[in-house]
Design a binder for this molecule. Sequence first.
Ligand code: ZN
Length: 59
Amino acid sequence: MKCTFCGKEFTPGTGKMYIKSDAKILYFCSGKCEKNMIKLSRKPRLTRWTEEHRKNKKQ
Ligand SMILES: [Zn+2]
């Protein structure tokens, strides 16, 4: 299972599942990722420590 926010692989059952109001299901490896995406509305692409940011940087 992959974290929706940081892109890190994690074992199902250890992370968190979040169902958005539009019925989209998001998976988070930790409360840190959940907080950043849900509460702080941060974009993975613009957040330094995510895989999305690293990929974007290489291009
Ligand atoms: Zn994560």
